[in-house]
Design a protein around this ligand. Structure first.
Ligand code: UD1
Length: 439
């Protein structure tokens, strides 16, 4: 397995480029399955999740070609023959469940494995299933698989209200209904930039979707969609992560530039909280400039759906708050138990405690380098952030989680002055003791 080794205490400076959005790219790839020919997607990051989803699509007989250097991915659904998504791949990445909507929309039937739980707890798909039924699909469970069918090959359409609002369910339901026979309305739809960009792509393909970016989506089914060339958005979570890195490890008063960014996708809550820490934040059309503060002020946050504070930046914010001049509190209202990073951070000296869905963090705590374990994508990057300000070396193990969602993380940080390297290690090797007891 691979680990990242970070030498703490160095200054982050210069420019870090932001890659294409992972979460938006996955939705766009699913949209590509609905076109009448090959759809070309630009600015697709070279990540494990993208490659996993390319394999999921490949199982159906549709073709995916990915140029990871040019970041261009083509989805050609014209050869699609087998409307299914197997457990072995869906269990690796929950977004594979988009195949349910995409296949219903494309061929009117789907056999898709139910995803299991995830590292930080149960993540249900009940809204996806109830929504499909509300739009006229028959949905049955068969040995761990969801088997869904549209009567006569195309869904009739209908009305469904999402409670709570869900990014994934909105995307899945839009995929299933843009080619329906009739009209559909999705109430309390997600308005995250990922959903908006995905709907923009479908509209470019000829889909009729009204209300994009609002809580009510009105969809009028069309009989076919044309293939397009479409540019993916920049990754807002990577941008937020690097903003936090710059505030933590930048030199006070010195600008760190984050290029190829979509600052408008950060959402008000995050930018407001960021400014309240005392950090400088200057957005440009496609970049963001950040200036680390002399002293980080404590800022308590609560996660919420967009434009609220993203749950995907909560773990990183925790690390920023360990260096603040006072105590703070973080509440995750989206995922109540997404705190697997806390015990690992505590091994680095952080004083944070979890009570229910809240974390209380003591500020101004010196962090020590240690061997720590990644448990999920955002938790792992929070450990890397802690490593930036730790005393000594931090070894972040099991970084396959990081490789799911951060493209070239170590190269980007290294180019910005951080001593960081990837090393192979044997997870089951016996420890090498410095003072063997049996000597
Ligand atoms: C997406 C993102 C993920 C992010 C999350 C919240 C992708 C690939 N993943 O995940 O990075 O953390 O949005 O911003 O884009 N819920 C239900 N029933 C359902 C579906 C969801 O109760 O059928 C609940 C969830 O438990 C959660 C809330 O709805 O509490 C929001 O989850 P959702 O927006 O669906 O997250 P994902 O789309 O899975």
């Amino acid at each position: 397995m691979d680990k990242l080794v970070i030498e703490g205490g160095h200054t982050l400076r210069g420019t870090l480029p932001i890659s294409g959005s992972k979460n938006t790219a996955l939705a766009l790839m699913a949209a590509g399955l609905l076109g009448d020919g090959p759809t070309t997607l630009e600015n697709i990051p070279n990540l494990r999740d993208i490659n996993t989803f390319a394999r999921v699509i490949g199982v159906t007989g549709a073709e995916v070609a990915f140029d990871p250097v040019e970041h261009v991915l083509t989805v050609d659904p014209t050869t699609l023959e087998y409307p299914e998504a197997p457990y072995e791949l869906v269990k690796r990445m929950r977004a594979s469940f988009y195949m349910l909507g995409a296949l219903l929309g494309r061929v009117g039937e789907a056999r898709v494995s139910l995803p299991g739980g995830c590292a930080w707890g149960p993540r249900p798909v009940d809204l996806h299933l109830r929504g499909m039924e509300a739009f006229g699909a028959s949905v049955a469970l068969d040995q761990g698989y969801v088997v869904a069918r549209a009567p006569g090959g195309r869904l009739p359409g209908g009305v469904f209200r999402l409670e709570p609002s869900s990014v994934g369910a909105t995307i899945n339901l839009v995929l299933a209904t843009v080619t329906a026979r009739g009209g559909s309305r999705i109430e309390n739809a997600a308005i995250e930039p990922d959903v908006v960009v995905f709907c923009d792509a479908l509209r470019a393909m000829g889909a009729r979707i009204d209300g994009v970016g609002t809580r009510t989506l009105e969809i009028e089914g069309v009989s076919s969609l044309r293939p397009v060339t479409f540019r993916n958005a920049s990754d807002r979570i990577e941008l937020g992560t690097f903003m936090i890195a710059a505030a933590l490890a930048g030199a006070p008063g010195e600008t760190v530039r984050l290029s190829h960014a979509d600052p408008g996708h950060l959402g008000e809550a995050f930018t407001e909280a960021f400014l309240r820490t005392g950090a400088g934040f200057q957005p440009g059309p496609d970049f963001v400039e950040v200036v680390a503060p002399e002293e980080i002020r404590p800022v308590s946050i609560e996660t919420a759906v967009y434009p609220g504070f993203p749950t995907d930046l909560q773990a990183q914010w925790t690390v920023l708050m360990t260096q603040a001049s006072g105590n703070s509190k973080i509440i995750d209202n989206v995922y109540f138990d997404r705190f697997k990073h806390i015990p690992e951070l505590r091994r680095m000296g952080v004083n944070a405690i979890v009570i229910g869905n809240e974390v209380v963090i003591e500020g101004k705590i010196p962090i020590q380098g240690a061997q720590v374990m990644s448990t999920d994508l955002r938790a792992s990057v929070s450990l890397v952030l802690a490593g930036l300000v730790a005393e000594g070396e931090t070894h972040v193990l099991r970084i396959y989680h990081l490789d799911r969602g951060y493209e070239n993380l170590e190269n980007k940080l290294a180019a910005a002055g951080i001593p960081i390297r990837r090393e192979r290690y044997d997870e089951f090797a016996d420890p090498v003791l410095e003072h063997p007891h049996d000597a």
